[in-house]
Design a protein. Structure first.
Length: 151
């Protein structure tokens, strides 16, 4: 079994590597934010209630998403899965973003960091607490609905 500190360090390294490969306006601001905020130290209240649990949970969502072979753009999968709970990584400079459920707060934070969203990403993060109930099909659902379903 991996020690908690080693798990956190490995998770941090992997998440930063995945985000650095995204060529998108604002991603540098997001990377800077998660390194100076509590992103890699915060607990995840409902999933992993230990120090670093938020990042471990987010990477776990990404890894599960990748197994699904959805044919969605890799950048979108990374942004939606790794950053869907980013608002839980508090930082005093951005703690004014605090109204609404955490999906809304996460997209507001990402907008404040000037991240350029691709089609479906904003809505998928904002609505991640409200999943689509039916099995998605690219013939029926658009990419936004597919992202929301799998998140």
């Amino acid at each position: 079994m991996i020690a908690q500190e080693d798990l956190i360090a490995k998770t941090k390294e992997e998440i930063l590597s995945l985000l650095k490969e995204i060529n998108r306006p604002g991603i540098d601001n997001v990377i800077r934010y998660i390194t100076v905020s509590n992103y890699f130290r915060a607990r995840c209240n409902s999933h992993h209630q230990f120090r670093g649990g938020l990042a471990v949970h987010s990477l776990g969502v990404y890894n599960e998403f990748k197994k699904l072979k959805t044919n969605l753009p890799e950048d979108s999968i990374r942004i939606v899965s790794l950053l869907h709970d980013i608002c839980k990584a508090h930082h005093p400079e951005y703690d004014y973003i605090g109204k609404g459920h955490h999906g809304i707060r996460s997209v507001m934070l990402l907008k404040a960091l000037n991240l350029k969203f691709a089609s479906g990403e904003y809505e998928a993060i904002e609505k991640h607490l409200h999943r689509i109930q039916h099995t998605p099909s690219s013939k029926i659902y658009n990419s936004c609905e597919m992202l929301r379903h799998y998140l």
